[in-house]
Design a protein around this ligand. Structure first.
Ligand SMILES: Cc1cc2nc3c(=O)[nH]c(=O)nc-3n(C[C@H](O)[C@H](O)[C@H](O)COP(=O)(O)OP(=O)(O)OC[C@H]3O[C@@H](n4cnc5c(N)ncnc54)[C@H](O)[C@@H]3O)c2cc1C
Length: 461
């Protein structure tokens, strides 16, 4: 597609839609919107706009569509696959100022929010009402970015990904048309499910300007535990057995020993250095949770657990969760002069022990610093490699490991990306994963965005 570069006239016209305070072609603003948190190279947009209303977004898109100007949505820029990098330049729409929590309807367990709301800020507001929005990617992500990437996190094993916690969205299409899709009812059989077309579409089908999200009640009681194992495979087997038992963990995270070492170094938590599962269960009563823990202890024991420590209190639970969320940042800090990539494959839970031990072996064999950790209960592994910046040989090895792990995941009926999205880096796996469906995805893209102005260069190989 041949897009137009912004002319003086385009700049004047677009600036006139929002006013000069919320339009910028300044170097520092362009640089701030040239790169997400991935290893993909920076590409600066030609302008950044901070809209404050759906009407402004509509006018901008109408203009961009007429003038063949690429438009890329921007939440917090915390993506890990280059998803918001404006690879064809054009305009970035930053939703920082569309950050109103419009309405919290406690009785219905719902909230209406603008796309720029950071999910932690929403949860802070909800805490006092005994409610929360469960998808929990850890980074300061916005609801718009989470919808676009179908983000998930430590709570997904019980409460689902962003997709499962979304009821209704308002979207501006490439033409500038504004549509609402979904319902405030908790269920519906009415017509095609357009809402789920937009979830995970990475801003390539439309721009989300409002969402009704599903809220959950904060649990009365919780119980947390750490189980240590002699091998990642044994820990993986325990994960499978816990899920198979139907005990319904609220989080089930696996950390290989190199991750524990970094956490101990940075956070001084004094954790035993071995493959570990950190888990949490929610329930209505202490007694019920004690029974659950006893069963989990038994399952872990049968899988060869070396040590099982339950009864972890709120402070230690919070410290562990915080450390898990900050793990990637800690790893990066400990490897100056290197860049990172996160392999993010996911498989059906029965294949989890095999793929997680494969990832660990691949990391060891590669000779490159590689950290294995995982939203284990979802069958979603992460292998974070720290490759020497500019060292082609190391990056070739990493690419080969990535290919082997994704191929294995696909052969198991899994996916190349459990939660980070396709962005730039996973386009090469799309054909293998989707086969003929990819042709239909392209047709849908052409239907919604015939001129291809929305986040071009993403998803499709
Ligand atoms: C340390 C760290 C840990 C992470 N852990 C996790 C994790 O556990 N689970 C997980 O899922 N992710 C994780 N991520 C990745 C990231 O946080 C998520 O992908 C998140 O959803 C990105 O949100 P964002 O607001 O930063 O969006 P951005 O990165 O700004 O954008 C994401 C995508 O959304 C599009 N977009 C933004 N706003 C809109 C809109 N209003 N309408 C349409 N499209 C829009 C962008 O164009 C882009 O394609 C992690 C990232 C970091 C840095």
């Amino acid at each position: 597609m041949n897009y137009n570069s912004l002319t003086k006239r385009h700049i004047q016209d677009l600036e006139a839609i929002v006013g000069p305070e919320r339009f910028s072609t300044g170097e520092s603003n362009l640089e701030l919107h040239a790169k997400d948190q991935s290893q993909h190279p920076s590409i600066r947009p030609e302008a950044v706009i901070w809209p404050v209303s759906r009407t402004e977004v509509s006018e901008i898109l109408k203009y961009a569509n007429l003038n063949l100007i690429p438009i890329t949505g921007w939440g917090s820029g915390t993506s890990l696959e280059g998803n918001p990098i404006p690879v064809c330049k054009g305009v970035v729409l930053d939703f920082e100022l569309m950050n109103r929590i419009i309405n919290i309807r406690e009785a219905d367990f719902q909230a209406d929010v603008e796309p720029g709301v950071v999910y932690q800020d929403l949860n802070e507001k909800l805490r006092h009402k005994g409610l929360f929005f469960p998808p929990d990617p850890g980074a300061r992500a916005t609801i718009g970015g989470m919808i676009a990437n179908n983000a998930s996190g430590t709570r997904t094993v019980r409460y689902g990904s962003t997709r499962a916690n979304l009821l209704r969205i308002c979207v501006v299409l490439a033409s500038g048309e504004i549509i609402e899709t979904g319902t405030r009812s908790s269920k519906t059989s009415s017509g095609y499910d357009l809402i789920n077309l937009f979830v995970g579409s990475e801003g390539t089908l439309g721009i989300v300007v409002e969402a009704t999200v599903r809220l959950r009640g904060l649990s009365e009681e919780f119980s947390a535990a750490i189980a240590n194992f002699s091998s990642v495979e044994a820990a993986g087997n325990a994960v499978f057995e816990i899920i198979r038992s139907g005990l319904d963990p609220a989080s089930l995270e696996l950390l290989a020993p190199e991750c524990i070492t970094i956490i101990n170094k940075e956070k001084n938590l004094g954790l035993k250095v071995s493959p570990s599962i950190i888990m949490e269960f929610h329930g209505a009563t202490r007694k019920q949770l004690e029974e659950v823990m006893e069963m989990v202890n038994g399952i872990c024991g049968a899988a060869g657990c070396l040590e099982f420590r339950s009864g972890i209190g709120r402070k230690e639970r919070d410290d562990l969760l915080k450390a898990r969320h900050e793990l990637a940042e800690m790893i990066k800090r400990n490897h100056p002069g290197r860049s990172h990539i996160v392999i993010d494959a996911a498989v059906p839970i029965s294949g989890y022990p095999e793929i997680i031990s494969m990832a660990r072996q691949e990391a060891e064999r590669s000779g490159i610093p590689g950290y294995t950790f995982s939203h284990a209960g979802d069958g979603n592994l992460h292998l974070l490699f720290m490759g020497k910046t500019g060292d082609d040989k190391e990056w070739r090895i990493i690419d080969e490991v990535n290919e082997r792990i994704v191929s294995k995941a696909l052969a198991m009926g899994g996916t190349a990306t459990g939660e980070h999205g396709v962005g730039i880096g996973k386009r090469k796996f799309m054909e293998a994963e989707h086969g003929k469906s990819l042709v239909w995805m392209k047709k849908i893209k052409n239907l919604f965005d015939p001129k291809g102005i929305l986040n071009p260069g993403k998803i499709f190989p």
